[in-house]
Design a protein around this ligand. Structure first.
Ligand code: ATR
Length: 281
């Protein structure tokens, strides 16, 4: 398709909860871009996913963000992929080029930029404790290695999943029950589990043992200010919430498809906070 507005979107199942359309339309409006960013609910099989991608390419879409449960499907569908997406074994971005679909994992770049906001420039030698060993944890670990964290500990309820990741990324496994033992030696604590999310059990971490200069981050953004982040701030720690990661992972897609700058700033955050408050009512 030649001419017309720029088209991009996000695919997932379910998709109603996604904040990506709000992020991209906010940036598009700011830059007066003639473009649309559309959410698509695509059933969870690879066949449905591939059919949807073929259709979007035929309609002239520039690319899509990909969320659960299609992140591995995106990598399979792509004809080429970045090193990061291959390492993560998952992609949250597909860019449709003449040569075929190109897969990228901007969750890694997103978390890397959160680290930059919290610590300043990279090449930091420090100890981090990652809670959880799911898809989100993989992206976090790759970003931590890129950033220069040398000493990575991982604790997960299902120990085997932590062990699998540990052998791949050279991590130290900590028993889920022993996670609090590591807290006093941690420069960075990251919750990648769903604990603490509205409707989920709470995350039990001994925040009283956090060093005041520890940075604490949480992938959960509903509620935005999780009990973990609140308690960490009371200890004097710097915190980064799930919205920081969400906004930073969205920027590479917007820049690529709409070809204008995507600023992660307070105006965007306020738009997202209002939307989350509206949904909680
Ligand atoms: P994502 O791709 O978002 O990381 P996921 O792969 O489903 O999602 O991973 C969810 C993480 O939350 C896992 O580490 C999971 O632990 P298990 O591997 O033991 O399932 C963790 N999690 C979910 N509910 C939990 C609970 N009640 N207690 C401890 N960990 C929990």
């Amino acid at each position: 398709m030649v001419g017309g507005p720029i088209l991009a979107g996000v695919v997932g199942w379910p998709i109603e909860h996604s904040l990506s359309p709000l992020i991209h339309t906010t940036w598009a409006a700011r830059a007066s871009v003639d473009g649309y960013y559309i959410p698509f609910a695509i059933p969870p099989t690879y066949a449905e996913f591939a059919r949807a991608m073929d259709s979007l390419i035929a309609l002239g879409f520039k690319g899509v963000n990909v969320t659960l449960p299609h992140k591995e499907h995106a990598l399979r569908y792509a004809t080429s992929a970045s090193k990061t997406a291959k390492k993560a074994r998952a992609a949250n971005m597909l860019t449709f080029k003449e040569q075929g679909a190109y897969a990228e994992n901007s969750d890694v770049e997103g978390f890397f930029n959160v680290l930059k906001e919290c610590f300043g420039q990279p090449a930091r030698n420090g100890a981090a404790l990652i809670l959880g060993a799911g898809g989100a944890a993989r992206g976090v670990v790759i970003a931590l290695r890129d950033y220069g964290f040398s000493d990575l500990h991982i604790a997960n309820r299902t120990r085997e999943k932590a062990e699998t990741m540990a052998s791949e990324f050279d991590l130290t496994v900590v028993d889920w029950e022993s996670r609090n033992v590591v807290i006093p030696h941690t420069d960075l604590l990251i919750n990648t589990t769903s604990l603490g999310m509205t409707g989920q059990p709470s995350l039990d971490v001994e925040t009283k043992n956090l060093k005041p200069n520890t940075v604490v981050t949480d992938v959960v953004y509903a509620p935005l200010d999780t009990p973990l982040l609140k308690a960490a701030r009371q200890r004097g720690c710097t915190t980064a919430d799930g919205l920081s990661m969400l906004m930073h992972q969205a920027a590479p897609g917007f820049r690529t498809w709409f070809d204008v700058e995507a600023m992660v700033d307070n105006d965007l955050r306020e738009a997202l906070v209002s939307e989350l408050a509206r949904r909680a009512r």
